[in-house]
Write a protein that binds this ligand. Structure first.
Ligand SMILES: *Cc1c(COP(=O)(O)O)cnc(C)c1O
Length: 230
């Protein structure tokens, strides 16, 4: 399992997808999805110059935090977040929560941040595939949720996040990413104060090319860098 070589392969895939869609590779950030990966192996990727990592379970975030806190990287949170775990996420140096998908969570986050005099970047997670197993606000309700959360001034809405349909039918996967892009355009058209959506977090190991073609600015890759999870 050669992490460095895998990173090169991913960078090539990013470059090719950008070339195909006339985009500049500098517009696409690679986020390392590090669930189940040990701090030692995460450090190999960080030492290679990658600076954006994310966990999706609070328990794992806490376990790895001390070992990684001396590296200069940004840490995002990409998993389902229960309100009783908010304080743990905030304690672990997370700079952006990509998985805000309901008002209740946003409100409790806001209350906690306000009491500490802090702010945080957030993305709104949208369930573009309609699969019941996935979290995220429905596309129909995404704009209303964004408008409401935009009134909570400790939460800086910077992006939208989605997980594409798990399917071999790539045109159906593509529709998910097109939906996220369309919601971005609709929100930005409304010029809501505190909700200028510049980031689209979409695309993983199996579908990153399609996501890039449809406008991803952050792709989240785990398996094709660190190997298959047990
Ligand atoms: C695990 C995970 C990824 C990465 O998926 P891979 O298929 O391993 O590249 C991306 N996004 C989220 C939210 C994840 O939990």
């Amino acid at each position: 399992m050669d992490i460095i070589n895998n990173l090169k392969i991913i960078q090539n895939r990013i470059d090719q997808a950008c070339a195909k869609s006339g985009r500049n590779p500098s517009e696409v950030k690679l986020l390392l999805a590090t669930k189940t990966v040990s701090p030692e192996r995460i450090k190999i990727a960080l030492d290679a110059g990658y600076t954006l990592i994310a966990e999706n379970r609070v328990q794992e975030l806490k376990e790895k935090y001390n070992e990684l806190k001396n590296s200069t990287h940004s840490s995002h949170f990409i998993g389902h977040l229960q309100t009783n775990k908010i304080k743990d996420v905030l304690k672990c140096g997370v700079s952006c929560i990509q998985s805000v998908d309901r008002y209740d969570l946003a409100e409790k986050l806001h209350q906690k941040l306000q009491s500490e005099g802090k702010t945080i970047d957030i993305f709104i997670q949208v369930n573009t595939s309609g699969e019941e197993s996935k979290f995220g606000v429905s596309p129909e309700n995404a704009i209303e949720l964004t408008k409401k959360i935009a009134l909570l001034n400790t939460l800086k809405i910077k992006g939208l996040m989605t997980i594409g349909l798990f399917s071999d039918e790539m045109e159906k996967v593509r529709l998910c990413f097109q939906t996220l892009k369309r919601i971005q355009l609709e929100i930005n058209e409304l010029q809501i104060e505190n909700a200028h959506i510049s980031e689209l977090s979409m695309g993983m190991s199996g579908d990153l090319e399609i996501a890039i073609e449809e406008g991803a600015t952050i792709i989240r890759v785990g398996t094709d860098i660190f190997g298959r999870r047990l």
